[in-house]
Design a protein around this ligand. Structure first.
Ligand code: C5P
Length: 248
Protein backbone atom coordinates (compact mmCIF):
# COMPACT_ATOMS: atom_id res chain seq x y z
CA UNK A 1 0.00 0.00 0.00
CA UNK A 2 1.33 3.49 -0.86
CA UNK A 3 1.95 6.05 1.90
CA UNK A 4 -1.00 8.11 0.66
CA UNK A 5 -3.39 5.15 0.54
CA UNK A 6 -2.22 4.19 4.03
CA UNK A 7 -3.13 7.67 5.33
CA UNK A 8 -6.59 7.57 3.73
CA UNK A 9 -7.67 4.65 5.90
CA UNK A 10 -9.91 6.05 8.68
CA UNK A 11 -7.66 5.16 11.60
CA UNK A 12 -4.56 3.61 10.13
CA UNK A 13 -1.79 2.14 12.26
CA UNK A 14 0.46 4.96 11.17
CA UNK A 15 -1.95 7.60 12.50
CA UNK A 16 -2.06 5.68 15.77
CA UNK A 17 1.76 5.52 15.82
CA UNK A 18 1.93 9.28 15.22
CA UNK A 19 -0.62 9.91 17.99
CA UNK A 20 1.54 7.95 20.46
CA UNK A 21 4.44 10.30 19.66
CA UNK A 22 2.56 13.50 20.47
CA UNK A 23 2.86 14.90 24.00
CA UNK A 24 0.69 17.95 24.72
CA UNK A 25 2.18 20.39 27.25
CA UNK A 26 -0.52 21.48 29.71
CA UNK A 27 1.03 24.84 30.60
CA UNK A 28 -1.85 26.31 32.58
CA UNK A 29 -1.85 27.94 36.00
CA UNK A 30 -4.86 26.07 37.35
CA UNK A 31 -5.82 22.41 37.33
CA UNK A 32 -9.36 23.21 36.17
CA UNK A 33 -8.04 24.87 32.97
CA UNK A 34 -5.81 21.84 32.34
CA UNK A 35 -8.72 19.46 32.97
CA UNK A 36 -10.90 21.38 30.50
CA UNK A 37 -8.18 21.05 27.85
CA UNK A 38 -7.86 17.29 28.43
CA UNK A 39 -11.64 17.04 28.11
CA UNK A 40 -11.62 19.00 24.83
CA UNK A 41 -8.80 16.93 23.34
CA UNK A 42 -10.60 13.68 24.23
CA UNK A 43 -9.32 10.56 22.48
CA UNK A 44 -7.16 12.57 20.09
CA UNK A 45 -4.34 12.87 22.67
CA UNK A 46 -2.99 10.13 24.93
CA UNK A 47 0.14 11.70 26.41
CA UNK A 48 0.34 14.88 28.52
CA UNK A 49 3.15 16.92 30.01
CA UNK A 50 2.60 18.40 33.46
CA UNK A 51 5.18 21.08 34.19
CA UNK A 52 6.25 23.69 36.68
CA UNK A 53 3.20 25.91 36.13
CA UNK A 54 0.96 23.26 37.70
CA UNK A 55 3.43 21.87 40.26
CA UNK A 56 2.26 23.96 43.20
CA UNK A 57 -1.33 24.01 41.98
CA UNK A 58 -1.73 20.27 42.69
CA UNK A 59 0.28 18.84 39.80
CA UNK A 60 0.84 15.45 41.43
CA UNK A 61 -2.84 14.82 42.16
CA UNK A 62 -3.66 15.97 38.65
CA UNK A 63 -1.01 13.60 37.23
CA UNK A 64 -2.67 10.72 39.13
CA UNK A 65 -6.08 11.68 37.71
CA UNK A 66 -4.64 11.59 34.17
CA UNK A 67 -3.19 8.13 34.85
CA UNK A 68 -6.64 6.96 36.00
CA UNK A 69 -7.99 8.11 32.61
CA UNK A 70 -5.39 5.78 31.00
CA UNK A 71 -3.31 8.75 29.77
CA UNK A 72 0.50 8.72 29.86
CA UNK A 73 2.16 11.46 31.91
CA UNK A 74 5.44 13.28 31.42
CA UNK A 75 6.34 15.07 34.66
CA UNK A 76 8.52 17.97 33.52
CA UNK A 77 9.80 19.14 36.90
CA UNK A 78 13.42 19.52 35.75
CA UNK A 79 15.00 18.25 38.97
CA UNK A 80 18.46 19.65 39.76
CA UNK A 81 20.00 19.16 43.21
CA UNK A 82 22.61 17.19 45.15
CA UNK A 83 22.67 13.45 44.52
CA UNK A 84 20.98 12.29 47.75
CA UNK A 85 18.08 14.71 47.23
CA UNK A 86 17.70 13.76 43.57
CA UNK A 87 17.67 10.02 44.35
CA UNK A 88 14.91 10.57 46.89
CA UNK A 89 12.84 12.94 44.74
CA UNK A 90 13.02 10.67 41.68
CA UNK A 91 11.94 7.66 43.77
CA UNK A 92 8.78 9.60 44.78
CA UNK A 93 8.05 10.45 41.11
CA UNK A 94 8.54 6.77 40.19
CA UNK A 95 5.91 5.79 42.79
CA UNK A 96 3.38 8.05 41.05
CA UNK A 97 3.48 5.84 37.96
CA UNK A 98 4.35 8.55 35.44
CA UNK A 99 6.22 7.63 32.24
CA UNK A 100 8.83 10.41 31.89
CA UNK A 101 10.60 12.75 34.33
CA UNK A 102 13.15 15.45 33.47
CA UNK A 103 16.40 16.10 35.32
CA UNK A 104 19.24 18.55 34.80
CA UNK A 105 22.87 18.35 35.72
CA UNK A 106 26.12 16.46 35.30
CA UNK A 107 27.19 12.81 35.69
CA UNK A 108 26.69 12.23 39.44
CA UNK A 109 23.29 13.90 39.52
CA UNK A 110 22.10 11.95 36.48
CA UNK A 111 23.34 8.62 37.88
CA UNK A 112 21.55 9.37 41.16
CA UNK A 113 18.33 9.96 39.21
CA UNK A 114 18.76 6.61 37.47
CA UNK A 115 19.32 4.93 40.86
CA UNK A 116 16.26 6.71 42.26
CA UNK A 117 13.89 5.29 39.66
CA UNK A 118 15.13 1.77 40.54
CA UNK A 119 13.19 -0.99 38.78
CA UNK A 120 10.16 1.19 38.05
CA UNK A 121 8.93 1.95 34.52
CA UNK A 122 9.86 5.63 34.86
CA UNK A 123 12.14 6.90 32.10
CA UNK A 124 14.70 9.54 33.02
CA UNK A 125 15.14 12.32 30.47
CA UNK A 126 18.04 14.74 30.74
CA UNK A 127 17.48 18.32 29.62
CA UNK A 128 20.31 19.21 27.21
CA UNK A 129 19.84 22.91 26.34
CA UNK A 130 16.42 24.56 26.60
CA UNK A 131 14.90 25.19 23.18
CA UNK A 132 14.29 28.80 24.23
CA UNK A 133 18.07 29.41 24.47
CA UNK A 134 20.37 30.35 21.60
CA UNK A 135 24.12 30.90 21.18
CA UNK A 136 24.04 34.29 22.92
CA UNK A 137 22.16 32.85 25.91
CA UNK A 138 24.55 29.96 26.50
CA UNK A 139 27.50 32.36 26.19
CA UNK A 140 25.89 34.48 28.90
CA UNK A 141 25.58 31.32 31.04
CA UNK A 142 29.37 30.86 30.76
CA UNK A 143 29.59 28.09 28.14
CA UNK A 144 32.38 28.64 25.65
CA UNK A 145 31.05 26.52 22.76
CA UNK A 146 28.17 26.53 20.31
CA UNK A 147 24.70 25.21 21.13
CA UNK A 148 25.08 21.96 19.17
CA UNK A 149 28.42 21.11 20.83
CA UNK A 150 26.89 21.65 24.27
CA UNK A 151 23.80 19.56 23.40
CA UNK A 152 25.91 16.66 22.09
CA UNK A 153 28.26 16.83 25.09
CA UNK A 154 25.33 16.68 27.50
CA UNK A 155 23.61 13.90 25.55
CA UNK A 156 26.73 11.71 25.71
CA UNK A 157 27.05 12.37 29.47
CA UNK A 158 23.37 11.46 29.91
CA UNK A 159 23.84 8.21 28.01
CA UNK A 160 26.94 7.30 30.04
CA UNK A 161 25.04 7.97 33.28
CA UNK A 162 22.31 5.52 32.22
CA UNK A 163 19.55 8.01 31.34
CA UNK A 164 16.88 6.76 28.96
CA UNK A 165 16.71 9.85 26.82
CA UNK A 166 17.22 13.55 26.38
CA UNK A 167 15.15 16.65 25.80
CA UNK A 168 16.58 18.35 22.76
CA UNK A 169 15.52 20.50 19.86
CA UNK A 170 14.69 18.62 16.67
CA UNK A 171 17.52 20.61 15.08
CA UNK A 172 20.01 18.49 17.04
CA UNK A 173 18.12 15.16 16.96
CA UNK A 174 19.89 13.58 13.99
CA UNK A 175 23.35 14.43 15.33
CA UNK A 176 22.50 13.08 18.80
CA UNK A 177 21.29 9.78 17.28
CA UNK A 178 24.52 9.55 15.28
CA UNK A 179 26.87 10.42 18.15
CA UNK A 180 25.15 8.14 20.68
CA UNK A 181 24.67 5.18 18.34
CA UNK A 182 20.87 5.50 18.59
CA UNK A 183 20.92 4.61 22.27
CA UNK A 184 18.93 7.59 23.57
CA UNK A 185 15.28 8.41 23.18
CA UNK A 186 14.83 11.98 21.89
CA UNK A 187 11.94 14.09 23.10
CA UNK A 188 11.71 17.41 21.24
CA UNK A 189 9.94 20.58 22.36
CA UNK A 190 10.16 23.86 20.44
CA UNK A 191 7.79 22.46 17.79
CA UNK A 192 6.02 25.00 15.62
CA UNK A 193 3.72 23.94 12.79
CA UNK A 194 4.06 26.08 9.65
CA UNK A 195 2.68 29.58 10.41
CA UNK A 196 2.62 29.24 14.24
CA UNK A 197 4.23 32.11 16.14
CA UNK A 198 7.51 31.03 17.85
CA UNK A 199 6.72 32.81 21.14
CA UNK A 200 9.77 32.43 23.41
CA UNK A 201 11.14 29.42 21.49
CA UNK A 202 14.32 30.06 19.51
CA UNK A 203 15.37 26.63 18.15
CA UNK A 204 12.19 25.45 16.45
CA UNK A 205 11.17 22.82 13.89
CA UNK A 206 7.84 21.72 12.39
CA UNK A 207 6.27 18.41 13.52
CA UNK A 208 7.22 16.88 10.16
CA UNK A 209 10.85 18.07 10.40
CA UNK A 210 11.10 16.74 13.96
CA UNK A 211 9.90 13.24 13.00
CA UNK A 212 12.16 13.17 9.96
CA UNK A 213 15.13 14.23 12.11
CA UNK A 214 14.53 11.24 14.39
CA UNK A 215 12.59 12.70 17.34
CA UNK A 216 10.87 9.81 19.16
CA UNK A 217 8.31 12.16 20.76
CA UNK A 218 7.35 15.78 20.14
CA UNK A 219 6.15 18.10 22.90
CA UNK A 220 3.67 20.73 21.74
CA UNK A 221 1.99 23.29 23.96
CA UNK A 222 0.64 26.61 22.74
CA UNK A 223 0.17 25.73 19.04
CA UNK A 224 -2.47 23.24 20.26
CA UNK A 225 -3.70 24.61 23.58
CA UNK A 226 -4.17 28.17 22.28
CA UNK A 227 -5.79 27.14 19.00
CA UNK A 228 -9.47 28.01 18.47
CA UNK A 229 -10.09 24.28 17.94
CA UNK A 230 -7.41 22.39 19.93
CA UNK A 231 -8.72 18.94 18.97
CA UNK A 232 -8.81 19.80 15.26
CA UNK A 233 -5.30 21.28 15.51
CA UNK A 234 -3.98 18.17 17.26
CA UNK A 235 -5.57 16.01 14.58
CA UNK A 236 -3.88 18.03 11.78
CA UNK A 237 -0.53 17.79 13.54
CA UNK A 238 -0.91 14.01 14.01
CA UNK A 239 -1.65 13.68 10.28
CA UNK A 240 1.45 15.72 9.47
CA UNK A 241 3.54 13.49 11.75
CA UNK A 242 2.00 10.38 10.21
CA UNK A 243 2.88 11.52 6.72
CA UNK A 244 6.48 12.09 7.85
CA UNK A 245 6.54 8.62 9.47
CA UNK A 246 5.24 7.07 6.27
CA UNK A 247 8.25 8.47 4.41
CA UNK A 248 10.93 7.31 6.85
O1 C5P B 1 4.06 26.08 24.16
P1 C5P B 1 5.29 25.34 23.69
O2 C5P B 1 5.02 24.37 22.56
O3 C5P B 1 6.47 26.24 23.44
O4 C5P B 1 5.66 24.41 24.97
C1 C5P B 1 6.88 23.70 25.04
C2 C5P B 1 6.94 23.02 26.36
O5 C5P B 1 8.15 22.26 26.44
C3 C5P B 1 6.93 23.95 27.58
O6 C5P B 1 6.15 23.30 28.57
C4 C5P B 1 8.38 24.01 28.03
O7 C5P B 1 8.48 24.10 29.43
C5 C5P B 1 8.91 22.65 27.58
N1 C5P B 1 10.34 22.58 27.30
C6 C5P B 1 10.96 23.34 26.33
N2 C5P B 1 12.32 23.21 26.09
C7 C5P B 1 13.03 22.32 26.79
C8 C5P B 1 12.41 21.55 27.80
C9 C5P B 1 11.05 21.70 28.01
O8 C5P B 1 10.29 24.13 25.67
N3 C5P B 1 14.31 22.13 26.52
Amino acid sequence: MTALAELRRPESDIIQQAREKLIVALDFSTISEAERMVERLGDEVNFYKVGLGLQLAGGDTFAKSLLKKQKHVFLDYKYFDIEETIRNAVARAAELGVTFLTVHGAGGILSAAVEGRGNSHLKILCVTVLTSLDAEDIKEMGFDCNVEELVIHRAIKAMNAGCDGVIASALEAAEIKKKTGNKLMIVSPGIRPEGSPPGDQKRTATPCEAIRAGADYVVIGRPITQAADPKGRASEIIKEMASALAHI
